[in-house]
Design a protein around this ligand. Sequence first.
Ligand SMILES: [Zn+2]
Length: 167
Amino acid sequence: MTMRSPQDIAARIHVIHASDDDLFGFAEEVLMEALDFEHAQQFCDPATTAAQWDQQRWSRHSDTENYARWYLDLPIGKILDHRSGSASRSVTKLAELAWLLGHDDVAAAMAATGYPMYGAPKVSVFAAGLGWPITDLVDDPGDRQMLSRMAKDLQCSPDGCTQGCAD
Ligand SMILES: [Zn+2]
């Protein structure tokens, strides 16, 4: 597993910024967090101090991998709640986290996977690729069944869904 250098990350931020693909800045936001203050400064509000940066970086998690593992619960919650907007934002962030962690294979597999079921198949590809199978991440058997069905592009319930899977 190769971690990206600050130069790699800054270069990717510039490319994404210039591309207009990242309309809401979600990819840029997660990439910036991977930079220490010295390298992030060029992208920050000039009033940000090093102490402030270190405080907010990775929501106080120690590194990219710990953050990614913690963050993964968010899209899983959004999928189970059938919240399409926030699920889509989370999938964008997960794809960048895969890239940051040097998992080009996972990032590519996510890109090649469609976006039905609130991104469940993409989130599942990410989780499996990082070694944290999606169904190990929820305790409730009902939630586990929903997730594993949605990851296979099936409606959350074998009896059909009333919350939006069919839309
Ligand atoms: Zn459903």
